[in-house]
Structure formats: structure tokens, C-alpha cells
Design a protein around this ligand. Structure first.
Ligand SMILES: [Cu+2]
Length: 257
């Protein structure tokens, strides 16, 4: 069962990743900036609305404008937006640094209408694969000449140890899907034919989350989800040890061909 939100429905769910801290900081900053500007603008607006209301005996005055004011209220927002663009770009750059060397690499493939996860075997690295080699039997397009192919295993849930960097190789087998985990502050489309490798995250707390496809991808889209479990290293090791001894049936079938 995914984490249930019992309150705080007007704000984002509690963050669970390292990259999420920066994302949240940016979001909060933009929220308060726009909130303050909104109240300032509305206050001035209402003030002048009342001050210059129609009154008997008072003639309307035609204004030709004020160049100084024009310059100020054009420059100020330009500077604010420029600052936001630079700040946003910096955050984007920081959270898109290459995944650390010790990251656990997991391939995540979306299809109509579910998710498949491929984990590396004892070697620690995934077998070579190519989207062009995907067949109904070989759902990850694994290169069967690679000895690691027999070690890889696949699951329908994402299980990761807390605090370990997880590098995602994101793919789609048919149409555009989207990898969206609100608690991880990650939203990335999966595009058929492409392997998207710039997504990685480091979890800060354990919990049960849900991966739900976030691009309308067909009639079963509403049900395209998968559980995500962030567990302790010991729990992960136990889970992994059980999985790794049973090679995935699809990979096995493909290997027999
Ligand atoms: Cu989808």
C-alpha cells in the first residue's frame, strides 16, 4: 500500500529524496514571491480604484503616461524573471549531475499498461540491451550473447535500499509514458525508441510509494502503476538474494531461443 496522505492536501506530499530538497526550495521560493507580488498588486489596484472613483463635480484627468514609471515596472519584472531563470537552471543542473559511481542501476520500462523493472545480477551491472532487440519474448531487448543476461532479473515493483543512489534507465515499449513519483519530485517522460539515462535519485527515508504513469497513454492509463518500496539495506539484501537466484522467466525464454 502506498503512503496515504491524511492532511496537507494543499501542498506537495512529503519529500523523500535528496534532489527533492532543492526542488522544494525553488517551489517554495516561487510560491512566496508570486504570493507577495499578487497581494502588493491587488492592494495598489484596489487603493486607486477607490481613490479615483467617479465623484460629482470632479473631472477626469487624461494621463499621457510616465516614462520613469514605465522603465521601473519593466526593468524590475525582467530582473526578477532573469533571476528565476538563472536560479531554476542552477537547480536543474545540480539535480542532473551524472549518477554516482556506486549507484544501483535499474532499467524501468513502461508499456500499455504497466511497468517492468530490470535489476543487475551479481556482477552489479546490467546486461547490454538495445530497444531494437525488444520482442514479445525479450521484453527488455537484452543482448543474449552478454553473459550477464542470465543474471539479470525482472520485477513488477521497484525496491531500493534507503540512502543508496539509484540510477534509472527509462524506456517505453510502445507509446509515450511518464515516470512520475511525487514524493521523489521526479517527472520524466519515457519515449519509445529512447533510453533516458539522466534520472537518478537518493532516498532520504523509507516508505511505500507509488509509481503512476503520468501521460495519458490509452484506455488502461488510469491503472498503469507500480509499487515502490524504499527499505533498509538489510531488507533489500534479503529481497535481492531471493530474486537473484531465480532468473527472470522472460530472459530465460529469450536465452533458450
Ligand atoms: Cu502510460
Amino acid at each position: 500500500m502506498a503512503e496515504v496522505r491524511s492532511g496537507n492536501i494543499y501542498w506537495t506530499p512529503r519529500n523523500a529524496t535528496l534532489n527533492g530538497i532543492e526542488t522544494d526550495r525553488l517551489l517554495t521560493f516561487i510560491f512566496w514571491l508570486t504570493a507577495i507580488v499578487f497581494f502588493l498588486v491587488q492592494t495598489v489596484f484596489v487603493y486607486y480604484l477607490i481613490k479615483y472613483r467617479r465623484r460629482p463635480g470632479v473631472k477626469a484627468h487624461y494621463s499621457h503616461g510616465n516614462n520613469t514609471l514605465e522603465i521601473i515596472w519593466t526593468t524590475l519584472p525582467t530582473l526578477i524573471f532573469l533571476g528565476l531563470a538563472i536560479y531554476g537552471n542552477r537547480v536543474w543542473y545540480e539535480i542532473h549531475q551524472p549518477a554516482p559511481q556506486n549507484a544501483l542501476t535499474v532499467e524501468i520500462t513502461g508499456y500499455q499498461f504497466a511497468w517492468d523493472f530490470r535489476y543487475p545480477g551479481s556482477s552489479g551491472t546490467l546486461a547490454r540491451s538495445d530497444v531494437r532487440d525488444i520482442t514479445p519474448m525479450n521484453k527488455f531487448g537484452v543482448d543474449m550473447t552478454d553473459p550477464r543476461a542470465k543474471e539479470d532479473f525482472s520485477t513488477t515493483e521497484l525496491v531500493v535500499p534507503i540512502g543508496k543512489p539509484v540510477h534509472v534507465l527509462l524506456r517505453s515499449r510502445d507509446v509515450i509514458h511518464s515516470f512520475y513519483v511525487p514524493e521523489f519530485r521526479i517527472y520524466q517522460d519515457a519515449v519509445p525508441g529512447r533510453t533516458i539515462g539522466w534520472i537518478w535519485f537518493k532516498t532520504l527515508r523509507s516508505g511505500n510509494f507509488q509509481l503512476a504513469c503520468s501521460q495519458l497513454c490509452g484506455k488502461g492509463h488510469y491503472n498503469m502503476k507500480a509499487p515502490i518500496r524504499v527499505v533498509s539495506q538489510e531488507e533489500y539484501d534479503k529481497w535481492y538474494a531471493e530474486k537473484v537466484i531465480k532468473p527472470n522467466v522472460f530472459i530465460e525464454l529469450a536465452a533458450k531461443k
